[in-house]
Write a protein that binds this ligand. Structure first.
Ligand code: SUG
Length: 445
């Protein structure tokens, strides 16, 4: 068996809600305060995982985190019993409480940056959890993310884990959402493309005016150093600040790559010409498809609303490629038409599947946000915690687990309900057994 790419999808946690926490993320702001359906959200995610598993791909499961995050509330001065803390936090600021309850770890594209062993100087797979320093609710994620990564990839011979970058916006790091790897075969040396939004230590360089640039060049460079990448197999390219200001808060909202295919909008990058030239020069083969979508074909607004580029391009067992898209792409006739022309065009993508991941989409998370890609050799795959890899029976167990523990409606007021904390801990405790994760959560210590 050759190397494979495994998608580790984030399981949606029991507190999934819409709190409007992400400035610059259009969907998050426009659905603020709506009531959510955590059960449906988790089942939608599981369905996508199962479908990819059924297509013959190796599919991983990434556990959610403990929310409400009582430890953060204590650190911020709330005291008393858990119920008192939740109540006082809600009274002080519903948004603060919602931040400590966000199920945002479902978007595992932001969990970490991963460099496969073919790219690194010690031939190990390297992992660095993202610090997500730009958003308070997301900055609560990296420690437990690292615990979970260490528990899934628990073998020093093959895997190397780094501490997340310093918790400061100068080193703001959003993980794989701003990182794409092109390669011939997954096991070959690839070209790692780091896309950043601004340069932190040089104020005179271009940056967005309205919305934050979450990823800095300095963070991307630090990751490449930590992972032992070479200059020939890495590229640092700036995202177009104008599109960040139109709601493209991560690069995976405007570009997606797989093997020798890069699908991107013509406005995605600041200096597209130079970027394309560098990709062609550094890529190991001339057989590369740089598929540029023009504004005339799909506007930035349509790209942001339909998540055309937040699709997953996957390689099927017959080596053809399929595109995994959200329903929004089917519902928008212009984008649908574009997809049909893409499938008919001279490129390896010849199949599209649409998925209802609407609960996640309403917070700005499409199919690609929900997964962390890890390319692994046969030996590395054998060293992965097998209970985190989806099987037909694990799927059924997880569906039953969701149905048993999750609510089907949640409002911001419900977040202060102490019962929700208990439900969430009970569910996660059981999950760590299902996935053989060990004690990755603070409440288990
Ligand atoms: O960080 N939304 C997430 C969406 C992340 C999408 N990921 C990628 N593009 N890879 C974010 O903005 C919204 C939470 C709320 O508003 O309740 C949120 O965190």
């Amino acid at each position: 068996m050759a190397s494979v790419e495994v998608n580790f999808d984030g399981l949606v946690g029991p507190t999934h809600n819409y709190a409007g926490l992400s400035e610059g993320n259009v969907a998050s702001l426009s659905n603020a305060n709506e009531s959510s359906n955590p059960k449906n959200a988790a089942l939608q995610g599981l369905k996508k995982m199962k479908a990819l598993h059924d297509m013959g791909l190796t599919q991983g499961v990434f556990a959610p985190q403990e929310r409400p995050d009582i430890y953060t509330l204590k650190r911020l001065g709330f005291q008393g019993s858990d119920a008192q803390i939740l109540n006082a936090a809600y009274k002080t600021s519903p948004t603060l409480l919602a931040s400590c309850c966000s199920a945002s770890t479902m978007w595992t594209a932001n969990a970490a940056t991963v460099s496969p062993s073919a790219d690194t100087n010690n031939q190990k797979v390297h992992f660095t959890a993202a610090n997500l320093a730009n958003k308070f609710h997301r900055s609560l994620e990296p420690e437990t993310t690292t615990n979970i990564l260490k528990s899934i990839f628990n073998n020093d011979h093959y895997f190397q884990h780094h501490q997340h970058l310093n918790d400061n916006e100068h080193f703001g790091d959003e993980g794989a959402a701003n990182h794409t790897r092109l390669c011939e075969k997954y096991g070959n040396k690839g070209l790692e493309i780091f896309t950043y939004g601004r340069v932190a230590f040089n104020r005179s360089t271009p940056k967005p005016m309205k919305y934050p640039a979450r990823q800095t060049l300095e963070a991307s460079q630090a990751i490449a150093r930590l992972h032992g990448l070479s200059t020939e197999n890495s590229i640092f390219v700036q995202q177009n600040p104008n599109v960040i200001d139109q709601g493209v808060f991560h690069n995976d909202v405007i570009a997606v790559g797989n093997q020798n295919v890069l699908l991107y909008h013509e406005q995605a990058y600041l200096n597209t010409g130079a970027f394309k030239e560098e990709v062609r020069r550094k890529f190991s083969s001339e057989d590369i498809h740089l598929i540029e979508v023009s504004t005339e074909q799909v506007s930035i607004e349509e790209a942001v609303n339909t998540y055309l580029f937040n699709t997953q391009i996957i390689t099927l067992t017959d080596n053809s490629m399929a595109i995994i898209a959200p329903m929004h792409c089917r519902e928008n006739s212009n984008v649908y038409e574009y997809l049909q022309s893409l499938l008919a065009g001279k490129n390896p993508i010849n199949h599209v599947e649409f998925f209802d991941v609407n609960e996640s989409m309403k917070n700005g998370g499409g199919p690609a946000c929900l997964r962390l890609r890890v390319a692994l050799t046969e030996q590395e795959l054998a060293a992965v915690n097998p209970d985190c890899l989806l099987t037909d029976s694990l799927y059924l167990q997880l569906v039953a687990w969701v149905n048993k523990h999750y609510r089907d409606t949640l409002t911001l007021k419900d977040l202060s309900d102490p019962q929700l904390l208990l439900e969430s801990r009970t569910a996660l405790d059981e999950l760590t057994q299902l996935l053989s994760l060990g004690s990755v959560y603070q409440f288990q210590h």
